[in-house]
Design a protein around this ligand. Structure first.
Ligand code: SAM
Length: 289
């Protein structure tokens, strides 16, 4: 979609305003000022946003724009923008449009060449990632893990060899089940982080191998039965087979012509006196390709 830089069809502006993901203080001065100065605020939930507005003594007109009325309300907002009005879009928490309503409206504004001003601010995915200790160089955001087991498992399976860090939103109702699926479809030894209730009273950010994570969560109900959760999974790493020399690999390959992968690993590691696990990991990676 082509967009002309700094040349818009009206003087209307849509402001995208991130709001706190738990701690009411996590909002920028600019966000509060903008909420005060716009002509209208389109909010996912009027009641919820009113709490924030009261806290900052913001008095303004609110209309609802949620996933059920997004299309009709977006048309209303677009008409107001065409009249030159300044409108703020907020969701219940975090950055609007990121797994929250607003995409339809934003897409329409782009199409109609209406100015959009996004403000920087809280987003659970990025906040969790920043403290995860998992590589931030390359990452992908996958939104909510699918609630249906089959779809979730298929997705995880397709991400088994994803080398980028993966970020997911998850519900407290499914966290244990999803970690079990990660163990089964990705790897029980894959490092991951669970970030729960970020910026809130019961915040924790815990990292461990998937199988250790499952036991740790199960030890205490409070670790999983309430609150909001982000899961961050380390990307797939090619094995550095320090112990698996060319000689070992050659032996393995010869044996593999006659024996199963498991038997070949066992015998080759016995012959070369190396840990069978290293060769086994090598065999899995190569034979999966
Ligand atoms: N637009 C929001 C954002 O920018 O993060 C995301 C909205 S999405 C509907 C809500 C999900 O975000 C929650 O179910 C949870 O997975 C994650 N989330 C939101 N707030 C969180 C918090 N304080 N701690 C951990 N996860 C949170």
């Amino acid at each position: 979609m082509e967009k002309k830089v700094n040349s818009f069809n009206s003087t209307g502006i849509l402001y995208i305003i991130p709001t706190p993901i738990g701690n009411l203080s996590d909002i920028t001065y600019r966000a509060v000022e903008t909420l005060k100065n716009v002509n209208l605020i389109a909010a996912e939930n009027i009641y919820h946003t009113n709490i924030l507005l009261q806290h900052y003594n913001v008095k303004n007109i609110l209309i609802s724009l949620n996933k059920d009325n997004e299309k009709t309300q977006s048309h209303y907002v677009i008409n107001k923008l065409k009249e030159g009005k300044k409108i703020a879009l907020v969701s219940d928490a975090g950055t609007p449009v990121i797994n929250d309503p607003g995409y339809f409206l934003v897409k329409k504004c782009c199409y109609l060449n209406i100015k959009i001003v996004p403000l920087p601010g809280p987003c659970a995915a990025i906040t969790a990632l920043s403290a995860s200790g998992i590589s931030t160089n390359r990452f992908c955001y996958e939104g909510f893990l699918p609630s249906k087991k089959k779809i979730r498992c298929d997705l995880l399976n397709s991400l088994k060899k994803e080398t980028r860090t993966m970020i997911f939103y998850e519900s407290k109702h499914r966290i244990l089940e999803s970690i079990r699926d990660i163990i089964e479809k990705i790897d029980e030894n894959r490092h991951l982080v669970v970030a729960k209730e970020i910026t809130k009273k019961w915040e924790y950010i815990y990292g461990a191998k998937a199988n250790v994570m499952l036991s740790w969560l199960k030890k205490d109900k409070n670790r999983y039965n309430k609150g909001e959760i982000v899961i961050i999974i380390d990307g797939f790493k090619e094995l550095k087979n320090q112990d698996v020399s060319e000689k070992v690999i050659n032996t393995f390959k010869i044996l593999r012509n006659f024996l199963s992968s498991k038997q070949s690993v066992l015998i080759a590691s016995k012959i070369h006196k190396i840990k069978k696990n290293n060769l086994y990991k090598y065999a899995i990676t190569k034979e999966d390709k």
